[in-house]
Write a protein that binds this ligand. Sequence first.
Ligand code: UT7
Length: 324
Amino acid sequence: MSLIRSVVRGCGSYLPPDVLTNEDLARQVDTSDDWIVQRTGIRQRHVASAGEMTSDLALAAARAALADAGMAADEIDLIVLATSTPDNTFPASAVSVQAGLGITRGFAFDVQAVCSGFVYALAVADKFLVSGQHKKALVIGAETMSRILDWTDRTTCVLFGDGAGAVVLEAVTEADAAGRGVLTTHLRSDGRHKGKLFVDGGPSSTGTVGHLRMEGREVFRHAVGMITDVIRDAFAATGESAESIDWFVPHQANRRIIDASAQKLGIAPEKVVVTVDGHGNTSAASIPLALAAARADGRIKRGDLVLLEAMGGGFTWGSALVRW
Ligand code: UT7
């Protein structure tokens, strides 16, 4: 058993001010508010303005998380940023956040696991902290999905949004953690499914940025099974259960996937945090955005047991259990 725990000290988020409603989209492609709400639960999404980059969103969320933690930026010695929409092919957007915060020690890097990115980033940061090598980490999910959407493709452009969320983790001794912290993380991937949700461009293939392509029905078909499997792994590793968790904060892709996963696991609907209606699918940003919303309105409190899960392109999927 590890002698160190990664404890959540704060969390924060940022949404670009511009809002795109379903009605706005229905004026651009052959869709309707009714179709989008019934099939996905999405009512609106935020869209970054021209010139507003992923690292700008990430920096705003990081500052909010540091303020919530009551921590100065120069205390941070590790930044892990999950994104599939970096500012540039390189350097990592995480180093722009590092520079924006004025941090000159430790290290910063990006993690790319599409919608599972935040769970991957949390798991990676947790490993560095419990190893004893690093003390205080910013874990960020930030996306400008609007930049890789094909705005003429109604099967994908109605689904995604932009935003960022962040948490601050601190390495503390198990005695000081008093049961709090990241209790377990479980990551999975299966590259046989890589053609079901992908971007049709990139530096070494087309030399272009490309657009998001998805076989939605195929992704949907796999989602609930993969999500519930990896959550069962988290329960088996900790002895926790659908009854003992206080909050279920799933990746926000589709209301129907969220509801079906909760129902299959026996998680009560009132424990489920849902933001997909207001944010759309913000990929790696969706979980920390939902965490920040549930913290801000007083739902998630210190000591609560919070279950996170995500599934996305690759396929990648994962879960985490955190005692807040
Ligand atoms: O976050 C990463 C993981 N991503 C996901 O989890 C997404 C998973 N997939 C989904 O959420 C759903 O599959 C979608 C929301 C993408 C689609 O819902 P669906 O119930 O699977 O619809 P469908 O793809 O089976 O399409 C049903 C019909 C089709 O018409 P026909 O063939 O029945 O005539 C589509 O052409 O709906 C049509 N359609 C639309 N109609 C109006 C597809 N997109 C739209 C649209 N507006 N935007």
